[in-house]
Design a protein around this ligand. Structure first.
Ligand SMILES: [Ca+2]
Ligand SMILES: [Ca+2]
Ligand SMILES: [Zn+2]
Length: 332
């Protein structure tokens, strides 16, 4: 509660004592535009108070949440820091978070279970990984909810998604195999961050009975496939051209195990014309097959059944369209 009254030039009270709810601070009140104004800082909030000098019963109070935009200048080993406002330079000492941690979860039904790169080796394109950030002071165990940024060094592998359907978790969507570092960083303290190495292992299914290689993703290279064999392999495209290690593998390519001479044929679901790219040409190839103009057979027929319902239909064309638009990546 603040009490105030009018005094004359000699410091004598000349009127009644008024009161208003609020606080005083070190800030000396000043007269501006016929109003007496001061502010009080508490935590990150600033409250401005004003009294109308022409009518002392008329007061006003304005709260500005997070009035200061603090940045850690120095911090001791217990997380006690000197912080300085980026905007006004105001400095104060306070405990801050000294630990930040990105936690990842998979969802099974309605249950979330925590994962990390050591316990979970089966991430695949199309998977959604839920995430939460925890920040706390390791001495006091007090939790902090400061702002943070998220950096991903390879957005081809994993992409950030805002929380969906009112969920409190944000998420990452796996786009392709590979490795990406996800870093969460406190906005208040550049030096406070956690980097999570996000590994999506390369996967393909080698069927030694049918001599096919399938369940790999668009963008898979000759060296990715070769890495699954113990001995040397040679890979040829649909024109019988021998490919180098960095070439991409599509449907209908021949992988020859050089020691045994066994030949495997590749199936990239969605790549119906065998050019190693999933695009509108593949939709057209499916359409022509549905219309009976140019029926798909063998591995090309297998590559066209995106939804795995054992028939080639307009649904498979739609699945390719979603893949092309990035709405839903064709996975295994
Ligand atoms: Ca294609
Ligand atoms: Ca189908
Ligand atoms: Zn400030």
């Amino acid at each position: 509660m603040v009490n105030y009254t009018k005094i004359d030039g000699d410091g004598n009270q000349t009127g009644k004592i008024y009161e208003m709810s609020g606080d005083l601070s070190d800030c000396v009140p000043i007269a501006v535009n016929g109003k007496l104004v001061w502010y009080v800082c508490k935590n990150d909030d600033i409250t401005f108070y004003e009294i109308n000098l022409a009518n002392l019963t008329s007061t006003n109070k304005t709260e500005v949440a997070r009035g200061h935009n603090y940045k850690v200048v120095t911090m001791d080993e217990k997380g006690y820091a000197t912080v300085r406002c980026r905007t006004c330079g105001h400095e104060t000492q306070r405990e801050t978070a000294d630990t930040i941690y990105l936690k990842l979860y998979m969802k099974s039904g309605n249950n979330f279970y925590g994962i990390n790169q050591y316990t979970y080796q089966d991430l695949k394109p199309g998977d959604r990984v839920y995430a939460a950030v925890s920040m706390y002071n390791s001495t006091s165990s007090k939790a902090y909810h400061d702002k943070y940024t998220i950096e991903i060094d390879d957005k081809d592998v994993v992409q950030y998604c805002d929380p969906q359907n009112g969920e409190s978790y944000f998420s990452f969507v796996v786009k392709k195999f590979g490795s990406a570092n996800i870093t969460v960083r406190s906005e208040m303290n550049d030096g406070l961050y956690h980097t999570y190495q996000f590994i999506v292992p390369f996967y393909c299914y080698i069927n030694s009975a049918n001599k096919t290689i399938s369940s790999f993703q668009e963008g898979t290279t000759v060296s990715d496939i070769a890495g699954k064999y113990t001995g040397p392999v040679q890979v040829k495209d649909t024109n019988d051209k021998v490919l180098d290690n960095s070439s991409k593998v599509g449907t209908g390519y021949k992988v020859t195990e050089q020691e045994t001479g066994k030949v495997y044929t590749t199936i990239l679901r969605g790549d119906v014309n065998g050019d190693a790219i999933i695009d509108v040409l593949d939709m057209e190839a499916i359409q022509k097959s549905i219309l009976g103009i140019s029926p798909l057979t063998g591995v090309y027929e297998q590559a066209s059944d995106i939804d795995k319902d054992d028939q080639i239909s307009v649904l498979d064309m739609e699945a390719i369209q979603k893949h092309v638009l990035g709405i839903e990546i064709i996975s295994r």
